[in-house]
Design a protein around this ligand. Structure first.
Ligand SMILES: Cc1ncc(COP(=O)(O)O)c(C=O)c1O
Length: 396
């Protein structure tokens, strides 16, 4: 079966965040928005059809997440990630960020510390501080070549008796790392030694490029599973963030009880009837689409890599091992962050996420979302190519 990843769908007609906020964020509507992490690529036909079918039934009342939907996700996790999950370990959640908030409430008290590995998806920081907990900042370590890894020495030197939780982003947004089993094991060893629980945000885990393989944190060992809350869902994989559905897996019974207490207080309820239908269709019928999508995304990533190679003295880019997010090292342009942002908006007409929104370690970086149809990617490359060629030449 073939899928069309080249079709451009007009998202300006709706209220798509990526487009609707252009004026507010960039001061103009006249740019290509490549920021928020959803795709400008159509949601798979199997999901669209399932949602349409559900919509045809004229009662949209309260509805349980169907057992068959959870079963489909359980089978998916086993097949694609080798992870065995039992239904009774699972919770429905409308949002991974809400899951993180819930886990912070369940496993920490105000004033305690939560490890955050910067640069990082911004809500990892906000959820900690907004709940009156402290961020224990453990920045990723960057090599000369631009690769990132964990900084275990820094982490060990900072952990104290108040350190209770670590927020793991795997694969990592924004740097695109798919953590190796060895890296995750070393992290698990530290957490186990210091009685630190882990929220493993694995929302990007299906978007991984061969030869890399996602290792679920809870699959490392029984001991690791016993300290882990895992967040997974179809939002990124199948471009259904707007359906607002994900799941939480908590294997350890005592942890599940604590999580459940915080969860009940918030009243997640059963979620949205259309999300139920889309969720089940995604995990039971979406695999061929995902395989084709990964090929398409890699082509876009390769185009960007070629562009950056041409302008390597200005922009450096290590292709992501997972996610559709490119972490562009623009330090060679030697601009302040404000000027760098202005360059992308005004000279390249591209709306990217500024690196500093992921923490101060993102200074000099921009994040570009390349989950777009081929022609849009070609436009973005051409715009950036011209802007980079002019940069320096005309004193821009
Ligand atoms: C790592 C990560 N976690 C969570 C989310 C958001 O998930 P949700 O919309 O389910 O809250 C994102 C979105 O970009 C993300 O990149």
């Amino acid at each position: 079966m073939s899928f069309d990843f080249d079709r451009v769908v007009d998202r300006t007609v709706g209220n798509a965040e990526k487009y609707a906020l252009r004026q507010k964020l960039f001061g103009t509507e006249d740019l290509l928005p490549m920021w928020v992490a959803d795709m400008d690529i159509e949601t798979p036909p199997c999901i669209v059809e399932a949602v349409q079918k559900r919509a045809a039934h004229p009662i949209y009342g309260y509805e349980e997440v169907p057992q068959s939907a959870f079963d489909a996700q359980i089978a998916w996790m086993k097949k694609r990630h080798g992870l065995s999950i039992q239904r009774e370990w699972m919770f429905y959640s409308h949002s991974v960020v809400t899951t993180i908030n819930t886990a912070i409430h369940a496993f920490t008290k105000p004033g305690e510390k939560v490890v955050v590995q910067t640069p990082i998806y911004p809500p990892f920081m906000h959820t900690v501080t907004q709940n009156g907990r402290h961020i224990l900042r453990n920045p990723l370590k960057r090599s000369e070549k631009g690769d990132y890894t964990f900084d275990f020495d820094d982490l060990r030197s900072k952990i104290d008796a108040d350190t209770k939780l670590l927020l793991l982003c795997s694969p990592h947004n924004p740097v695109g790392r798919v953590w190796s089993r060895e890296e995750l094991q070393a992290l698990a060893d530290i957490c186990l030694e210091h009685d630190i629980k882990v929220v493993a945000d694995e929302i990007h885990s299906d978007l991984v490029y061969a030869p890399h393989r996602h290792t679920p944190f809870s699959s490392l060992s029984e001991a690791a599973a016993n300290i882990t809350v895992t967040a997974i869902g179809p939002g990124k994989t199948f471009n259904v963030a707007g359906l607002a559905i994900s799941t939480v897996v908590v294997q350890n019974e005592a942890m599940r009880e604590r999580f459940s207490t915080a969860y009940e207080r918030i009243h997640f309820a059963q979620g949205n009837v259309f999300a139920h239908a889309g969720f089940e269709a995604a995990y039971s019928q979406g695999e061929a689409w995902l395989e084709a999508l990964l090929v398409h995304l890699q082509k876009n990533s390769a185009k960007l890599e070629a562009l950056c190679r041409r302008h390597s003295e200005k922009i450096r880019f290590v292709p992501p091992q997972g996610t559709y997010l490119a972490w562009l090292d623009c330090s060679g342009m030697d601009l302040g962050n404000r000027e760098l942002r202005r360059f992308f908006i005004e000279e390249a007409a591209l709306g990217l996420s500024p690196g500093t929104s992921f923490g101060k370690e993102g200074s000099g970086y921009m994040r570009l979302n390349f989950a777009v149809p081929s022609s849009v990617m070609d436009d973005a490359i051409a715009q950036l190519d011209l802007a980079l060629s002019n940069f320096g030449e005309y004193g821009l």
